[in-house]
Design a binder for this molecule. Structure first.
Ligand code: MN
Length: 151
């Protein structure tokens, strides 16, 4: 929902992890880099986009990098977040800041839907997918990633 800075916006939460007046959409254009990701763009102002994503069981976001940072707060279920070669387990209300240019991927844990708020600047660069070499480099740093990353 595109709104101006001076407008009060109130979206009541519903029990099913949606907000009144906010449509649920599939994430981005279809390619093979992500699976089972739903997107609710709760508030879009000139500065900030405040989105709720939900990754279905077995799903994952694109393994990507970009200049803009992410601020993520887990809200539903448990998920795994890879930032660079490090792995973070997230449960509701955990927060992570993913800095500029750090490769990252978010994945739903087994048996869980992983829902989270992700805040990004309104003006941001397009994500780039990692090259084969970059992925190999990450796995060299942390061999555990071989069993976590999806690409
Ligand atoms: Mn990203």
């Amino acid at each position: 929902m595109d709104r101006g800075k001076s407008e009060v916006i109130f979206f009541p939460f519903r029990d099913d992890y949606t907000w009144e007046g906010v449509p649920t959409k599939n994430y981005k254009s279809p390619d093979n880099s992500w699976l089972g990701v739903l997107r609710n763009e709760i508030v879009k102002t000139d500065e900030i986009h405040y989105r709720y994503f939900e990754i279905q069981e077995g799903g994952y976001s694109s393994l990507e990098k970009h200049q803009h940072p992410h601020i993520v707060m887990a809200l539903r279920g448990r998920g795994t977040v890879v930032v660079g070669s490090r792995v973070y387990e997230m449960a509701p209300y955990d927060v992570i800041h993913i800095p500029s240019w750090q490769p990252h991927q978010l994945l739903a844990n087994r048996g869980d839907v992983f829902g989270f708020i992700c805040v990004v600047p309104a003006r941001r660069d397009r994500p780039t997918r990692l090259t084969k070499e970059e992925i190999e480099e990450l796995i060299k740093e942390n061999p555990e990633l071989k069993h976590i990353l999806r690409y």
